[in-house]
Design a protein around this ligand. Structure first.
Ligand SMILES: NC(=O)c1ccc[n+]([C@@H]2O[C@H](COP(=O)([O-])OP(=O)(O)OC[C@H]3O[C@@H](n4cnc5c(N)ncnc54)[C@H](O)[C@@H]3O)[C@@H](O)[C@H]2O)c1
Ligand SMILES: [Fe+2]
Length: 386
């Protein structure tokens, strides 16, 4: 948007590279920590990943306490026991080691070290009053970009909704990214989180809040995903592909952290809240339809998305070039074995009205959409995605 005033926020430090995880102990020490509260998930603990982080901390004289009872796609209530455990250790550092579920829980736990009450009290925009103790977030899926963003997402069972804590105070002090941590992610999770990252990249690139700064990262994220996602799913041990995807998810996180998501995430949230479809799958089901709907708002940006995904667009009309972006996205999603229809995740035609109601409540995201979304538009998209 030419001439628009835009703020750009990212973590104070981003450390990225093969073997970077081994530096967690020295970084913790540098932050002045003596007692670290490490949130991780049970699978990473079984794989021995958590132990390596603990060893790095202990080697620097930082005492770690591990909390590995993370709930996947966490409910807001699941934060309370983690926050209580953190308080009893009197920790001066919170470390999140895991996928988006763990990182979001860690962000809320860190905030609650210095903000009274429970996570529920902070669901909404700008309600966190101050930063918590310092935090280091280490993503192990490539991924949500949660190590970058000011958002933490939780399932609220009573409302059957997914809601967010949104505050610059929950951006971590350090995002520490090591592609080696992602080598063991199973293909289905790689595929789903990879398409979540693609949604982040495309939505932030085409958001009304996009700026030249976010465009740089968002478009490069699309290119990296086009180049690396298929290989990362086909051969999880391919380090170059994993590195490409981890970098892409971080760049896409910079995109959404500053320009936000829009129609795809808005329509995908009720699939998660009402039907417990996982975040990445919910977004991937709606991504091509959201892109198709939005394409006419900015043909040239959608043509750039097509090109970044490897589509030849030379000689095509702007409209045909933009349409290639949707096609490329569908092919990618088919190739990596993601469900293609809402029926495959047990959603029925009779569920659509409630989905439309849920989507229209996502005004936080819909205001960023480059084309106005009316209930009949949301309904038509859900019907096509069924
Ligand atoms: N805060 C944000 O900005 C943001 C952005 C997007 C999504 N999210 C949230 O993130 C959550 C989803 O996170 P996710 O998709 O990263 O997955 P996840 O954290 O839910 O984990 C999914 C599965 O992958 C496994 N796993 C993770 N890393 C692994 C590894 N290295 N090796 C083997 N298995 C591994 C986990 O054990 C789990 O079984 C959702 O709740 C979503 O709402 C947050
Ligand atoms: Fe997402």
């Amino acid at each position: 948007m030419a001439g628009k005033v835009a703020t750009f926020r990212i973590p104070g430090q981003i450390i990225f590279g093969t073997g970077a995880a081994e530096t967690v102990g020295t970084e913790a020490k540098r932050l002045g920590a003596s007692q670290a509260f490490v949130l991780s998930d049970p699978n990473l603990q079984k794989l021995g990943v958590t132990d390596r982080i603990v060893a790095s901390l202990s080697a620097q004289g930082v005492r770690p306490t591990v909390y590995a009872e993370i709930e996947f796609e966490p409910s807001v209530q699941s934060v309370a026991p983690a926050a209580a455990a953190a308080k009893t250790t009197r920790c001066d550092l919170v470390i999140g080691l895991g996928g988006g579920s763990t990182l979001d829980t860690a962000k809320a736990v860190a905030a609650l070290t210095r903000n009274a009450g429970q996570a529920e009290d902070y669901l909404g925009i700008g309600l966190v009053r101050q930063r918590g103790v310092p935090s280091i977030l280490m993503p192990t899926t490539g991924g949500t970009g949660a190590e970058i963003t000011p958002n933490a997402l939780f399932y609220v069972p009573a409302a059957r909704e997914k809601k967010a804590i949104v505050s610059p105070h929950i951006i971590p002090d350090i995002a520490l990214l090591d592609p080696l941590l992602t080598l063991t992610v199973p293909p289905a999770v790689t595929a789903a989180t990879g398409l979540d990252a693609l949604s982040h990249a495309v939505e932030s690139y085409t958001s009304l809040n996009a700026s030249p700064l976010t465009d740089l990262y968002a478009l490069e994220a699309v290119r990296l995903i086009g180049a690396h996602l298929r290989t990362a799913v086909a051969n999880g041990g391919d380090l170059a592909a994993r590195e490409g995807m981890l970098r892409a998810s971080m760049y896409a996180g910079i995109g959404i952290g500053n320009a936000g998501t829009n129609i795809v995430h808005a329509l995908a949230y009720p699939l998660q809240g009402q039907h417990r479809v996982t975040h990445g799958v919910a977004n991937s089901l709606l991504l091509p339809y959201g892109m198709e709907f939005n394409a006419l708002s900015n043909l040239s940006k959608f043509a750039s998305v097509a090109e970044a995904l490897g589509e030849p667009i030379a000689g095509l009309s702007p409209r045909a070039a933009a349409a290639r972006s949707t096609q490329a996205c569908r092919l990618l999603s088919q190739d990596i074995g993601i469900p293609q229809t809402m029926r495959e995740v047990r959603i029925k035609a009779k569920d659509i009205e409630e989905l439309v109601d849920g989507a229209m409540k996502m005004t936080r995201l819909l205001v960023n959409n480059p084309r106005q979304v009316r209930p009949e538009d949301a309904r038509a998209i859900f019907e096509r995605a069924l």
